[in-house]
Ligand binder design. Structure first.
Ligand SMILES: Cc1cc2nc3c(=O)[nH]c(=O)nc-3n(C[C@H](O)[C@H](O)[C@H](O)COP(=O)(O)OP(=O)(O)OC[C@H]3O[C@@H](n4cnc5c(N)ncnc54)[C@H](O)[C@@H]3O)c2cc1C
Length: 389
């Protein structure tokens, strides 16, 4: 027998944007559900480096630009949530590092000394010397300068786990048979009518928009080819400063159960690596580490890579967006957070739009949706990698 259900909101996509938004909507009393096609934790989210940016990296061009301003509040919002004092209680999420580091050669820094000493930057970063530095940078071969940035790094898997707990049994598997229309979804004999759809499906937003007959907003993709290495490595969360705002290398690390660490290499190397094969990209990883950290022993390390596209609102000339993107077009809200760190802002903007559209929370019985089942939790890139060499 066919069933007709009603919900205030259906979200598509269980990456950071969908999960954070669902948790806020449930907290506000909306009857909200989330449908996920693959795994809880998303595609970009679980592949990300977990850095809660505060804009310092973007200010490195020498001026506090728009990107730096819009993201400046994020670390504090996240720190409050992690301590159980924020809009969501994220206690239980593992912090991999309280701070990140930034290092550069002496010649590069001498050109930017005035900037580093400026008042705007002093509050965001401090120079570390001698034994204050991470052990790797206490090596006498290191001749540059090293700064500590006041921006934390999270274990994304534990963040996803905690958000999943907050979302309770409101997350469902979206099967191939599902049909999405502007006023809801149909799954076999179940029809779900909704007041608002939220597309938070990363690069699949383009397909979802087509399915409901919308041509806009338009999306851009930025393909990344990340490098991973594992072995007896120290924990390190650091950016190597080059000549552009994008660091030459961004290293984050993750402790494995056997005491080894995985280093995840992003930044410029990942953007330039799109056209390279896995072997070529690993070679590029070895070369850049030999250049930037020549005293690091590369013997006994294993290497792998992974590819992932960043999905964002389309910008002029494909440059990276300065901010997160949330737009409502009739019964559809489309989200591209641009960054993990922007998740709180995205959810807040959704709540504001619902309020302005006069969509009021109503309780509904959605228990028949349990028949759809639940998607699995997403795996971290180094747990998925098939070939290490
Ligand atoms: C390598 C890398 C490193 C990064 N590092 C950082 C960082 O350190 N700090 C930071 O702030 N940001 C970082 N980012 C950016 C950040 O990860 C992304 O902006 C953010 O995770 C995007 O989240 P999302 O929820 O929009 O998308 P996703 O995480 O991609 O989730 C989309 C979800 O939608 C699902 N889906 C697809 N089709 C459908 C459908 N038809 N119906 C339902 N669900 C569907 C997918 O399976 C997926 O689960 C990084 C990104 C990458 C790629």
């Amino acid at each position: 027998m066919s069933k007709l259900l009603k919900a205030d909101i259906a979200i598509f996509g269980a990456g950071i944007a969908g999960l954070w938004t669902l948790a806020r909507l449930l907290q506000a009393g909306y009857s909200a559900v989330l449908f996920e096609k693959e795994a809880i934790g998303g595609i970009q989210t679980i592949a990300s480096q977990g850095i809660i940016h505060g804009g310092t990296k973007y200010a490195l061009t020498g001026s506090i630009n728009k990107s730096a301003q819009s993201i400046a509040d994020m670390p504090e919002i996240w720190r409050n949530a992690l301590a159980g004092r924020g809009e969501l209680d994220l206690r239980g999420t593992r912090l991999l590092a309280e701070h990140q580091h930034l290092w550069s050669s002496q010649s590069m820094l001498s050109r930017m000394t005035g900037f580093f000493a400026s008042k705007a930057m002093r509050s965001k970063m401090q120079q570390l010397n001698g034994s204050e530095r991470p052990l790797l940078f206490q090596n006498p071969a290191f001749k540059g300068a090293l700064y500590q940035l006041n921006e934390p790094v999270l274990d994304v898997a534990s963040l996803v786990q905690r958000l999943t707990e907050l979302c309770g049994d409101h997350i469902f598997k979206l099967g191939e048979e599902a049909e999405i229309t502007a006023d809801g979804c149909h799954f076999g004999d179940i029809t779900l009518n909704t007041k608002q759809l939220i597309f938070a499906a990363g690069k699949a937003n383009a397909t979802l928009l087509q399915q409901v007959g919308q041509q806009r907003p338009e999306m851009q993709l930025r393909p990344l080819h990340m490098v991973m290495l594992r072995g007896k490595l120290p924990a390190l969360h650091a950016h190597a400063l080059g000549t552009s705002a994008n660091p030459r290398l961004t290293i984050t690390s993750y402790p494995l159960a056997d005491g080894q660490q995985v280093w995840n290499l992003g930044g410029e190397i990942a953007e330039l690596g799109n056209g390279r094969s896995q072997e070529e990209q690993i070679e590029a990883g070895k070369e850049i580490l030999a250049e930037l950290l020549p005293w690091l022993d590369q013997q006994q390390l294993q290497w792998a890579t992974y590819r992932v596209d960043r999905a964002e609102i389309k910008t002029t000339a494909g440059r990276r967006p300065d901010d997160c993107f949330v737009e409502q077009n009739e019964s559809v809200i489309t989200i591209w957070p641009t960054k993990l760190a922007f998740a709180p802002r995205v959810a807040q903007e959704v709540l504001t739009l619902l309020d302005q559209s006069n969509i009021q929370p109503e309780m509904q019985d959605l228990s028949p949706l349990q028949a759809l089942g639940r998607p699995p939790q997403a795996k971290l890139p180094w747990q998925r990698a098939e070939s290490w060499s």
